[in-house]
Write a protein of this length. Structure first.
Length: 235
């Protein structure tokens, strides 16, 4: 069965920039976060280390500023690219200004599409429908077994841009023990089975920070991904 992107849900999107080490992150990170309070009044600190800080900008947005990279992540539901692009337009220009970054060594837009299943077997079978050439039969490595959890990663790269395409079946597990003091709250023990299509589109040449336009980039690369991924994957 050929891969059909409409079967998947966009679960997460990430825009990341990389640059030469900017030691101003030690002095100016606080200014970045303080100025982000206006566009993101729900901002909260998640982790803080000398070379890396992570904050929640809202319930569906997290941001990270580090010595050599910065990124913004949006979580489901992501109905379209515009709200994410708008958040990026508030975040990245401020980072570039405060860290005095003039050149970017890599720009990456990574999107995670996900399809959920009730059982591990169903997820694995769907994966093999997309990757039938990975299925094996008989005895291999002295193991009389069966094919499970198919996975594929393929990089397609040109002089300036490239994409890394991954498809994999994943078993996700969430466990959380609730203290006995919370009598009416039950502990969490949840498993789910998903097939994830991970698409990392990137520019790997040097780019002037002045030419970095997050909104235009997200809109353009999102269209390219949706237009070409099925043909590329299915051959």
């Amino acid at each position: 069965m050929p891969l059909n992107l409409s079967q998947f849900k966009l679960q997460r999107a990430v825009l990341e920039i990389r640059y030469a080490q900017s030691f101003l992150v030690w002095d100016h990170a606080g200014v970045v976060w303080q100025q982000l309070r206006t566009p993101f009044p729900e901002i909260k600190l998640r982790t803080a280390q000398p070379n890396q800080q992570t904050l929640s900008l809202s319930k569906k947005l997290t941001a990270q500023v580090a010595l050599e990279s910065s990124n913004l992540t949006a979580y489901s539901p992501i109905s379209d690219a515009e709200p994410f692009a708008e958040a990026c337009m508030s975040f990245f220009p401020l980072v570039l200004k405060q860290l005095e970054i003039s050149n970017l060594t890599r720009i990456g837009y990574r999107s995670f599409f996900q399809k959920s299943f009730e059982t591990k077997q169903a997820a694995s079978e769907f994966g093999f429908e997309q990757l039938p050439y990975l299925r094996r039969k008989g005895k291999h490595f002295n193991i009389d077994g069966e094919s499970r959890d198919p996975e594929l990663a393929l990089r397609w790269e040109g002089d300036a841009t490239g994409i890394l395409v991954r498809l994999q079946t994943i078993q996700q597990k969430l466990e959380a023990d609730v203290p006995a003091d919370f009598e009416s709250v039950e502990s969490i023990n949840v498993e789910r089975y998903v097939v994830v299509l991970d698409l990392d589109y990137y520019a790997h040449g040097n780019t002037s920070a002045a030419k970095f336009q997050p909104r235009a980039l997200i809109e353009s690369w999102s269209r390219l991904i949706r237009r070409d991924v099925e043909g590329f994957f299915n051959g």
